[in-house]
Design a protein around this ligand. Sequence first.
Ligand code: FAD
Length: 439
Amino acid sequence: MRYPLIRALAWSLGLLAFALGPMLLAYLGPGQPREFWVEMGVGLGFVGLSLLLLQFLLTGRYDQVAESFGLDSMLQFHKQLGLIALVLILAHPVVLFLTDPDYLEYLDPRVNFLRALSLSGVTGALLLLVATSLWRVTFRLNYEWWRVVHGSLASFILLIGIVHPIQVGHYVAGPWLVGLFAAMGVGALALLVNTRVIRPWRMRRRPWRLVEVRQERGEAATLVFEPDGHEGFRFEPGQFAWLTLNDTPFTLQQHPFSFSSSADEAPGRLEFTIKGEGDFSTWARQVDPGLTAFLEGPFGAFVPPRDPEVGCVMLVGGVGVTPCMSMLRTFADRGDTRPLVLIYANEELEGVIFRNEIEELRESLDLEVIHVLEEPPEDWEGEEGLVDKDLLARLLPDDDRVYDHFVCGPEPMMDAVEKALLALEVPQRRILSERFNMV
Ligand SMILES: Cc1cc2nc3c(=O)[nH]c(=O)nc-3n(C[C@H](O)[C@H](O)[C@H](O)COP(=O)(O)OP(=O)(O)OC[C@H]3O[C@@H](n4cnc5c(N)ncnc54)[C@H](O)[C@@H]3O)c2cc1C
């Protein structure tokens, strides 16, 4: 990721303060410290709760967060933090039960039915939340319903997580601390309501019109949109937006797509190129112009630097070409002549999306194009097979210039390319990735 050291440091300190904040605040309260392992168990619970609160901020599509991390890293971070929160929250009762079995009464419905029910429920909800995220496809949950389940379970866990220390009342006692913890819970839920309700509410005044559908090679189609009654928005090449193709923004259907058009055509017109992979994308390829759409964005940090001294190596596969196509078109519109290398992997020559236009762009750009085909035609003289370290060692530019490396394609290809680039001593900060399969 590309962000200055100071920003990274500020984020790290902020995260640390966030993770430890509620626990330190609680310790300021009237509660007296108890034996070490009890305090350890309680502390684990507080830190787990803080990490849970943080998740609402990370996933709320806030520009400052997305810009600093980039979507890909942010979602990886969200997943890892979720797993850490799970371990801490589960360790919280286990440590307490092992230290003093009397704590088991928290799960005894004869002592307090509601408390036992909510604590057992929250444990089940936490496990279900993590399991449905890690094995969504195995559970046969489609993405839209998964988001509903994920948001609902997270809200329930947060609610119980806030009520529990207040109800225990040892550390979180007195109007100030109770008020503060309640405010933290309300704040996190407000972030969720903002993302899922208030933003769509605002978007309803800014509809877009689908004005053209162009069929492309490789079972893809380009959908062209124009703002309907507003000025639209600008984006950076390489960014993406969430597309809702419906008369209302209040729908579960919302899919991320990279802009494939030149950033200089915005704000009046923008394009997405969609490959039919599942229910929505297969349907979207075949729709007729005239439909209403809603766009939330732009998002993403998969963006070339403004400095034309920095060259770009684009390592893409299949429909992963879309964000880089936006970069190429934008560079051409801007007369930007920085050195560009496009290493473009596909199964067959016929399925190479934008093949002809990329050829044409070579005339106006300093662009080298290397097609890598898995199943090349008989008379093929170009590269064949998969993109791997040997191929990159031969094809990466070896001049003294600084290059950013943009990686976007099928997951196995991205894993292999990222690993190969690092092995070839490309600095991590010069590798930018955009993964299309988020969960
Ligand atoms: C940043 C980004 C940019 C993308 N750009 C493009 C692009 O330019 N062209 C293109 O063809 N595809 C792009 N995709 C992928 C595209 O979003 C998915 O292929 C599409 O959402 C699949 O939905 P489906 O119902 O057709 O398929 P499904 O079979 O339901 O889903 C296939 C996979 O797509 C992902 N997915 C499904 N729905 C969503 C959703 N609402 N939000 C997030 N992920 C989802 C999931 O990982 C799922 O496993 C991009 C994805 C991301 C994250």
